[in-house]
Write a protein that binds this ligand. Structure first.
Ligand SMILES: *Cc1c(COP(=O)(O)O)cnc(C)c1O
Length: 377
């Protein structure tokens, strides 16, 4: 059980991550590698926990967003390939990157030259990956320059170009319409570059798919897939047209810290946005928006207790919120409710929250603050 001093916490299940990694590896087959994307502290689950579980489940590479995220993993003893997905711009950053044997992503000759300079200076080979912009319009070199850049990189004798990749902009949007058109267009552009590297693709590792790309179409898999959301047990698709047996790895729980009974007609919490319609038993739980439960969810969510959904009422406040427990006579002081995740055979998904809050499940998972301790289960 959780630390009794805590009024709310996050339970992380590493074996769910491990099992999701195995499921994904089963899906992508033998000739494709799995990169476990553990940026943003493993989407809020704890990067070290997630990385360990994913590697145990067969992941080959770890993906992080920043240099520091990569260094932290190395300091914790991870020796597998680690790719930094963000852009590093100055010599000192790249020097650290080389020192810690982290692969930077480069999008232009400018960074490649810095890498070559450093590699030569340190008398080491600098492994890196090249990013192409096939339609995301964020990082990545222009497609018109790609072929040239790949050729130029070969002249840099101390650089080892390990992989060439791109990123899908609309893969999570659905299986038809614009989402399908743009994804196809991106794939075509990617393949055009891939073909210039034939035969053997020059042994570069080609990768394009995020979770959505991985789940939607095996033709997007190539040599590796970069999976974040699905590794954590969430499907990126609005309409569950396909079932993937992925197991959610995170649950958010909180304790009842106060109980009260009020008559009908009483306003609850800031702004009195909720007014009781009947004599009501209310429970205060010790979790709020400063823990990462968006205030935009006020009055829209329910929590799980003993297989029942209990509605949250009134404004979610910084540290607390109120639930209506009139119909749940057995709930008492210290009772534990589930805000997100499974309880018995019911569950509440990040997707259901993100739909209510007008955001995406990725943001829900990344928003939990460190005030909530992570407990391994
Ligand atoms: C974050 C990220 C991913 C993982 O995306 P998911 O949708 O969570 O699977 C993959 N590739 C890149 C470049 C990323 O930045």
């Amino acid at each position: 059980m959780a630390d009794p001093r805590q009024r709310a916490w996050i339970e992380v299940n590493p074996s769910a991550i491990e099992s999701n990694a195995r499921t994904l590896i089963g899906l992508i087959g033998e000739n494709c590698l799995l990169m476990a994307v553990v940026k943003a502290d493993g989407y809020g689950h704890g990067a070290e926990t997630v990385a360990r579980a994913a590697l145990k489940g067969g992941a080959h590479t770890l993906g992080v967003a920043t240099l520091l995220e990569g260094i932290e993993l190395r300091q914790k003893g991870f020796v597998c390939p680690i790719l930094i997905l963000g852009n590093l711009i100055d010599l000192e950053e790249l020097r650290e990157c080389l020192y810690w044997d982290l692969m930077p992503t480069i999008s232009s000759k400018r960074e490649a030259s810095l890498c070559q300079q450093l590699a030569k200076e340190c008398d080491r080979k600098f492994k890196l990956q090249l990013k192409l912009d096939t339609g995301m319009t964020r990082l990545g070199c222009d497609l018109l320059e790609a072929e040239n850049l790949i050729t130029e990189l070969k002249e840099f004798k101390d650089i080892v170009l390990v992989g060439i990749y791109s990123h899908l902009a609309l893969a999570d949007g659905g299986f038809e319409g614009l989402s399908a058109t743009v994804t196809q267009k991106q794939q075509k552009r990617f393949e055009k570059v891939l073909k210039t590297c034939l035969p053997n693709r020059e042994n570069y590792c080609f990768h394009l798919a995020n979770s959505a790309g991985t789940l939607r179409d095996s033709n997007l898999h190539y040599d590796m897939v970069r999976v974040g959301l699905a590794l954590y047990g969430c499907s990126p698709f609005t309409h569950l047209t396909r079932e993937f047996s992925l197991e959610p790895a995170l649950a958010v729980k909180a304790r009842v810290t106060f109980l009260r009974e009020v008559p009908a007609g009483v306003g609850v919490s800031y702004g009195h946005s909720f007014v009781t319609k009947r004599p009501t038993r209310l429970a205060v739980i010790g979790i709020g928006y400063a823990d990462g439960v968006s205030r935009a969810l006020s009055g829209k969510i329910s929590v799980l207790y003993m297989n029942n959904f209990l509605p949250q009422v009134g404004s979610i406040t910084m540290d607390q919120m109120v639930i209506d427990v009139t119909d749940q006579v057995d709930i008492g002081l210290g009772s534990v409710v589930t805000l997100l995740g499974a309880d018995k055979n019911k569950s509440i998904s990040p997707k259901s929250w993100s739909d209510l809050a007008g955001t995406i499940p990725w943001e829900i998972l990344c928003s939990f603050k460190n005030r909530l301790p992570r407990v391994l289960v």
